[in-house]
Write a protein that binds this ligand. Structure first.
Ligand code: TUI
Length: 314
């Protein structure tokens, strides 16, 4: 993988990026993925500038390797987060849940490489024009905020539309998924769900256990009526949310109130019934708690084997 363009661009060993999961992707997980040779990311989520700075400083104590920050563009603190990233000398950001146009000049002037997470071709093309160094094409198999197109359909269309490297995300958790993404033209992968059960992932054990127990149809997308569809593991909260969403008397404010703080409740407090356990459809494949080093190296080694095997089958 030494000649891989994503690796050389980011100074990493394996073309594996960790998803910027809110309430999950902290300095500890980011440093562990970076120490494993991938690119770890701290989720800025709704953190203010000071909280994000603390995590960046902490990650530096845990790794000498490159790591990045995921900027969630719907955050009320997005301006502060962009300033923190620029002032702390973070080398790479991924952006999600919106269009980063407003922040591109500031980030690039500060020498930050920007990778835009996109759910469609149009934003991928805009991202390249705005100076993004790569895009993550994220299919709707992913956990969290999702678009409408599957990874299988999205990745080759984005690959054909841009000249910058495309990193595939959504539904990838093993070497077969990685190999498939490369056959679709991707040059790297981003995984979230696979890292939820990493040994170094600090989420509540109840959340990890729910991911490990999940099967192929245990996730659901709620929040379409609010304009931010979110995929999470089915539980009491998603069932109540679905009922309320189907009821014409429910106001958007009531739905927003149900969702507020839900991810924190699951990830930090372990309330996996009334919290939101954001998670991708590939959860059914994730059955073990492993170190980030074993996950990253194992998946890349297996992907190479899978690619060699398939040659003989066609
Ligand atoms: O952003 C994500 N995944 C996320 S963000 C998040 S926090 C959240 N919590 C509750 C409700 C909503 C968000 C949890 N998971 N992935 C990247 C991603 N970006 N997926 C889809 C998009 C996206 C969607 C619309 C990117 C751009 C966009 O619109 C572009 C435009 O032009 O405005």
């Amino acid at each position: 993988m030494e000649q891989n363009p994503v690796c050389s661009m980011l100074g990493i060993t394996y073309p594996v990026i960790q998803g910027g999961m809110a309430w999950v992707a902290d300095a500890e997980l980011a440093a562990a993925v970076s120490n494993a040779g991938g690119l770890g990311l701290i989720a800025a989520m709704n953190s203010n500038g000071e909280q994000l700075r603390e995590q960046i400083v902490k990650a530096r104590t845990l790794t000498d390797k490159p790591f990045g920050v995921n900027l969630m563009l719907m955050s009320p603190f997005i301006e502060e987060a962009v300033s923190a990233v620029c002032e702390e000398g973070v080398k790479v950001v991924t952006t999600g849940a919106g269009n980063p146009a407003k922040y591109m000049d500031r980030l690039k002037e500060a020498g930050v490489k920007v990778i835009c997470v996109v759910a469609g071709v149009a934003l991928a093309v805009m991202a390249e024009r705005m100076g993004a160094c790569a895009v993550v094409a994220e299919g709707c198999e992913s956990g969290g905020h999702v678009g409408e197109t599957t990874t299988m359909a999205l990745v080759p269309q984005v690959v054909d539309a841009v000249s910058i490297p495309v990193i595939a995300a959504g539904g990838i958790a093993d070497g077969r998924g990685m190999a498939a993404a490369f056959l679709l033209g991707a040059q790297g992968i981003q995984m979230g769900t696979r890292f939820l059960t990493a040994k170094e992932c600090t989420i509540h054990p109840n959340y990890k256990a729910k991911v490990i127990a999940a099967n192929d149809h245990d996730t659901v997308v709620t929040g379409k009526t609010l304009g931010h569809p979110v995929r999470a593991l089915k539980n009491r909260m998603t069932r109540e949310f679905q009922k309320k969403e189907a009821d014409p008397n429910t106001t958007p404010d009531e739905l927003q109130a149900m969702g507020a703080g839900a991810l924190r409740r699951a990830a930090r407090e372990g309330d996996v019934q009334y919290g939101s356990c954001m998670c991708g459809q590939i959860a059914g494949l994730v059955k073990t708690e492993d170190s980030c080093a074993d996950i990253v190296r194992g998946i890349c080694e297996d992907a190479k084997k899978q690619l060699a095997l398939v040659t003989g089958r066609l």
